[in-house]
Design a protein around this ligand. Sequence first.
Ligand SMILES: Cc1cc2nc3c(=O)[nH]c(=O)nc-3n(C[C@H](O)[C@H](O)[C@H](O)COP(=O)(O)O)c2cc1C
Length: 316
Amino acid sequence: MTVMLAPMEGVVDHLMREMLTEVGGFDLCVTEFVRVVDQKLPAKTFYKLCPELLQDGKTKAGVPVRVQLLGQHPQWLAENALTAVELGSPGVDLNFGCPAKTVNKSKGGAVLLKETQALYDIVHAVRQAVPDHLPVTAKIRLGFEDKSLAIDNAVAIANAGASHLVVHARTKTEGYRPPAYWDWIARIKQHIDIPVIANGEIWSAQDAQRCRQESACEDLMLGRGALALPNLALCIKHHQAPMAWPELARLLIKYSGYEIYGDKGRYYPNRIKQWCGYLKRQYPQAELLFNDIRRLNHADDIVKVLRRQSSQEYVA
Ligand SMILES: Cc1cc2nc3c(=O)[nH]c(=O)nc-3n(C[C@H](O)[C@H](O)[C@H](O)COP(=O)(O)O)c2cc1C
């Protein structure tokens, strides 16, 4: 079984990828999207979102990181896809699922799900540009407002030459609200020959098992679930027990050490607070932690609180 770490703009950046792939269980990561409008982007744009390009396109733990592009113009996407792979990305992923208004207004992301031909044209152009031995992959939702084009869209993407398709099993209108319609992935799968990866609403090993049954997919992509439970991929693959809080607190302390990679001071405090929002789902202690650190703006002060927690004082 392959388990992928989902792209999450503003959340799963290179430091988070580093942490989560070190915990283990992930076979592939996808970057936050690189927005392509009407020009060839400079190398620095790619390095910023994907510093792993400087280390052979892999995290320190050795997990490949694929650059994701978002845009509407086949030719500009193709040119930038070529740049991404020339810089060392192990293939290119195309985003057809982003619900953000600004992105959709400029006809990128999920709004393209209304235009099956546009999906075909984009995947085809990018496939032509990227050398054959490197994958061109796509990530979709089930539709924009409804699911009427779900199968046509998947077929178009497969016919255009995509190497695999990730399906986030909800429409744009359904946002991130449960449930995810995993059975729709099984329907899609019946119509295409390329590998399909199921995504959406997998928070536990039990969810993963149900998702695999309902979607008929071997392979999974984990987003928010991996932030709520950092060893979720290992729980799914190797029946590992969910990580205990003291261990997680130690992981959060370790994260503070990652600051040396160009932190401007506020990165760690802000990110830890954001991460607590996801962790709360799995760990009641994360709520206590958040309350204790909400007014702290220095990494050192936050680490002091975490050290108390990791010494088990706070274990619920
Ligand atoms: C904050 C946030 C940012 C996201 N950014 C991206 C992105 O850059 N590219 C993308 O394809 N999907 C993005 N997604 C969607 C996720 O990759 C994933 O499809 C979605 O969260 C459903 O999976 P989950 O239920 O496991 O979280 C984002 C989701 C969230 C919550």
